[in-house]
Design a binder for this molecule. Structure first.
Ligand code: IMP
Ligand code: MG
Length: 187
């Protein structure tokens, strides 16, 4: 089934289809289910970009698990990082002695997840891992890699399936690259 969206006119090409994403997220859920069997992991969703990935990943975990949410801000409304990570919402759950998996949409410079893992690491979790849907290793500025990665992507600015440009495009069911004219007047 091909879904049509008005905002699809802004997409230059599709990098990852809905089907590719769903297949991979199912595999990731199955892997996490096996590796965390009996551990009741706490999956931490990094708002807002991780929401679609988080919801699909959790539904593919077939053992006991719990959910919690954090919000950080690491990007301006545009496309480049200002290098600062600001916490806007902390967890509601204590993670002491818990097996924690941070779930993020994309690892780019790595600054956001570097900061988050350091902070959560001080709270004495039993273990702390990172699941990212996308990884852009060519952009890395910190020594960090995701423990679970959906797809390695090239150095392109992507939108959809949670990823936004200036708050928009998160609701696309696939991941694509914007037409240059959509943002060329901003940068
Ligand atoms: P990092 O701290 O540089 O790793 O950036 C992580 C955050 O930057 C992600 O959570 C995204 O919100 C944002 N980001 C990085 N690359 C992209 C992209 O290609 N599209 C949309 N957002 C991105
Ligand atoms: Mg984000």
């Amino acid at each position: 089934m091909i879904r049509k969206f008005g905002l699809e006119n802004d997409i230059q090409y599709v990098l990852l289809t809905e089907e590719q994403i769903q297949t991979r997220v199912r595999e990731m859920g199955e892997q996490i289910s096996r590796e965390y069997a009996g551990k009741n992991p706490l999956l931490v969703c990094v708002l807002r970009g991780a929401v679609p990935f988080y919801a699909d990943l959790c539904r593919n975990i077939s053992d006991y698990m719990e959910m919690d949410f954090m919000a950080v801000s690491s990007y301006n409304d545009g496309m480049s990082s200002h290098g600062m990570v600001r916490f806007k919402k902390d967890l509601d759950t204590s993670i002491e002695n818990r097996h924690v998996i941070i779930v993020e949409d994309i690892m780019d410079s790595g600054k956001t997840l570097n900061h988050l893992t350091r902070l959560l690491g001080t709270r004495n979790p039993a273990s702390l891992k990172i699941a990212c849907l996308l990884d852009k290793p060519s952009r890395r500025e910190c020594e960090i890699t995701p423990d679970y990665c959906g797809f390695v992507v090239p150095n392109e600015f992507v939108v959809g399936y949670g990823l936004d440009y200036a708050g928009t495009y998160r609701n696309l069911p696939y991941i694509g690259v914007l037409k240059p004219e959509v943002y060329s007047d901003v940068e």
